[in-house]
Design a protein. Structure first.
Length: 738
């Protein structure tokens, strides 16, 4: 055991730290800093973080000495937070402290590494920042916005949940910026614009104004080697904005050691890697309590026993439990619920969301029962408002633990003190050290916890250097996709992929333009183009193409059949197995406008095949039906199907117009589907995270002739009247979101 670890254990285990002990620790930290090495400074930082975590044990006579050391380390946010104990004594220290105060964020101090990046950004440098999760990279996004240095800013984040969190944080700047979260919102000519979009929405937004600054959060998702199925679109979103507007940019992400050689030089950027953190993480190994020679079933049983007992010990702290899949997270949450019921733990949570679930989903959904015990689940299938509310309750301390998948690790910020690595897989693949570092980084949070903890129920992956490839720049012919290649400027195309590039660019110019803009499978779009040309020879097929407003069953089926294996497939077999089944669910949803009808349909289909139906099976089948239906809603209805209809629409328009045939127009149906069949001027409320059934109740209250911006103003002015139509949960969501 090294000396730093010994001192940390001494601090954590002591009831009180005497003057002599404290002085000895200060002296050791000072000695470390005198070495002027990154490793020695890291050790000093770790010790000081643990001292702050145990501040009540420290002899008050040494507060001044500790304040001086903490200031030397650049922990200015903590000096501000603990200003009553950590007093800056000299004029020189005071001047130095004032340098780290943000010029644009009120009463906000940056730590020394944040200040370096801030200076680069505000001086107009392009920055690619790799730093720990608890570094505070996102605070610098707010500083850029608050500086008003740039007129039009695009922020790309990987999830709608993260974008909504950013919107809530930045809505205080609404007087200076029009905040745009949807492709249907026009930008303002009169004031600044702040575009908060996924990469897909950046590709769809036309036309963009002159973009002055581009931010890509979690930029490692550009990598094709990490096998993210949305990497193509993120690469193309960067190319779209940078090739046309040449903005300044800020990439941010955690735990990255390097990027493709030459990229930073090409784009005049600085790759800035830092291990600086104001939070430390204690690693606690639980894997040594498990007999790994047992069967998988027995190992799971052992892990569950240890997990339940550990969570009961941690019940007064916020804990995330990482599971490999949504089904796994739900199963473990239910197992823990049964454990709490068995030991007769009191259920004392009366969260408004519980009432909403009971009235709008079903009291039989296990989430409603789990919430009463301070337990929740979180995965990509949850409706947006439910996922957002769970995170909000968790951060407020109203929930104790969340069983989650990678969506919460990559896409949401939480105040978790503890993270439990329960599974060693991400979907069906083993997690690597990069994934592990990201999961571990979710324990502890700057300005909330000095020290987090990760409990490893699995073996830790081998540490490896993480170098992120930038595919559009690197152009490795083995992995570069046509979807990215088609969007690279001709002068930037490398010799190794020149033939492929020339073949694609031999397509007719008008078709090529549409394929680029759609940003999905190049070969798939070509196949759809050829099939439509062939089908248009038959007059009987014309009616399946030349429709507008809402399609018939046959028209809907025809478009989905065109898209199958060209734009999507059913390989995952999660909820939908065929075009016929997808069309059936789609038809059911547009008719009933309620996803719960699909929940009930899936549930009833399942129990109809079961001879012996116990209460336990009923509960399990209902949970599975909810998960499947919510996945169909989020993956198919909100993303895949609208995209497929948009692509087919653009291609059929081109073909029809070149042949002087009247084209179809699918945009109304796509907008209706994406907007949950809500009246157009109210659809922004669904985007903001208000339950769609609550928004429908407001259709008779809010005038239809108002713009989206005017709708928000109307709600603010008529709060008391509008709340009469809403449940408590819905009122809370409305207040939070606007």
């Amino acid at each position: 055991m090294d000396k730093t670890t010994e001192i940390i254990l001494e601090i954590e285990n002591a009831e009180r730290i005497s003057f002599e002990q404290s002085f000895k620790i200060v002296s050791y930290c000072t000695q470390l800093l005198s070495q002027h090495s990154a490793e020695a400074e890291l050790s000093a930082r770790k010790i000081v973080i643990h001292v702050l975590n145990n501040w009540g044990k420290i002899d008050k006579n040494l507060y001044v000495v500790w304040a001086d050391l903490i200031e030397t380390l650049g922990f200015y946010p903590y000096i501000q937070k603990n200003s009553s104990d950590l007093k800056i004594m000299s004029f020189a220290d005071d001047v130095r402290m004032s340098y780290f105060k943000s010029d644009f964020l009120k009463n906000t101090y940056l730590h020394k590494e944040q200040k370096k990046i801030s200076n680069y950004l505000l001086s107009g440098k392009n920055i690619i920042a790799s730093a720990p999760t608890s570094f505070g990279k996102s605070l610098l996004i707010e500083e850029i916005v608050a500086s008003k240095k740039y007129k039009n800013i695009v922020i790309i984040q990987p999830t709608l949940a993260l974008l909504d969190e950013t919107r809530l944080k930045l809505k205080k700047y609404a007087d200076d910026y029009k905040i745009i979260v949807r492709t249907s919102q026009p930008y303002s000519e009169d004031k600044r614009n702040l575009f908060l979009l996924t990469a897909e929405r950046v590709m769809e937004y036309e036309p963009l104004p002159q973009i002055d600054f581009l931010i890509i959060d979690e930029f490692y998702k550009l990598s094709l080697r990490r096998k993210d199925d949305r990497a193509d679109t993120l690469n193309n979103a960067f190319l779209k904005v940078v090739n046309k507007f040449h903005p300044r940019f800020y990439f941010l992400g955690p735990n990255i050691d390097g990027i493709t050689d030459g990229f930073a030089e090409k784009y005049d950027a600085i790759f800035y890697k830092s291990d600086f953190s104001l939070v430390d993480c204690n690693v606690i190994d639980k894997s040594n309590l498990i007999n790994w020679s047992n069967s998988d079933k027995q190992i799971d049983k052992e892990k569950i026993t240890i997990l339940c007992e550990l969570l009961d010990e941690l019940r007064n702290e916020q804990t995330l439990i990482y599971c490999s899949t949504p089904a796994r997270a739900r199963r473990m949450a239910k197992v823990y619920l049964e454990y709490l019921q068995r030991i007769e733990r009191e259920k004392n949570n009366q969260l408004p969301l519980i009432e909403w679930i009971n009235k709008n989903v079903s009291p039989e959904w296990s989430l409603a029962k789990e919430l009463q015990y301070g337990v929740a689940i979180h995965d990509g299938s949850l409706q947006k408002h439910i996922g957002a509310s769970i995170i909000k309750y968790f951060n407020e301390g109203r929930l104790n633990c969340i069983f989650c998948t990678s969506t919460i690790i990559e896409g949401v910020n939480t105040s978790a003190k503890n993270v439990i690595l329960f599974d060693e897989k991400k979907g069906g693949n083993e997690i690597d050290f990069f994934d592990y570092s990201n999961i571990k980084g979710r324990s502890g949070r700057m300005m909330e916890h000095y020290v987090g903890r990760i409990f490893n129920f699995c073996h830790v992956p081998v540490q490896k250097s993480i170098v992120i490839d930038i595919p559009f720049y690197e152009q490795d012919p083995e992995i570069l996709t046509n979807e990215i290649l088609i969007n690279i400027k001709k002068n930037d195309v490398k010799q190794e992929v020149r033939n492929r590039y020339d073949q694609i660019n031999a397509l007719p110019a008008d078709l090529l333009s549409i394929i680029k803009q759609n940003g999905v499978s190049v070969n798939g779009q070509i196949r759809i183009y050829n099939k439509l040309i062939s089908d248009l020879k038959s007059k009987s097929v014309l009616q399946n193409i030349q429709w507008s407003q809402l399609p018939t069953w046959d028209q809907m089926y025809y478009v989905l059949e065109l898209a199958e294996n060209n734009l999507f497939n059913f390989d995952s077999k999660r909820g939908v197995f065929s075009v016929k089944q997808l069309a059936r669910y789609l038809n059911m949803y547009r008719t009933k406008k309620n996803i719960i009808d699909i929940v009930n349909d899936i549930y009833n289909s399942k129990i109809a095949t079961v001879k012996t139906l116990t209460d336990e099976r009923k509960a399990r089948y209902y949970d599975e039906a909810v998960e499947t239906a919510f996945h169909i809603y989020r993956h198919w209805f909100q993303f895949t199907v609208p995209k497929a209809f948009r692509v087919v629409d653009s291609i059929q328009r081109l073909i029809c117009e070149t042949r002087n045939i009247k084209p179809g127009s699918y945009s109304f149906f796509v907008q209706q589907l994406e907007n949950d069949f809500i009246r157009e001027n109210l659809s922004i409320l669904v985007e903001f995270g208000i339950p769609s059934n609550a928004v429908r109740r407001l259709e008779n209250v809010i005038p239809s002739n108002l713009s989206e911006d005017e709708v928000i103003d109307f709600i603010k002015k008529n709060r008391s009247n509008i709340k009469k139509y809403l449940l408590l949960y819905e009122s809370e969501r409305l207040e939070q979101c606007i």
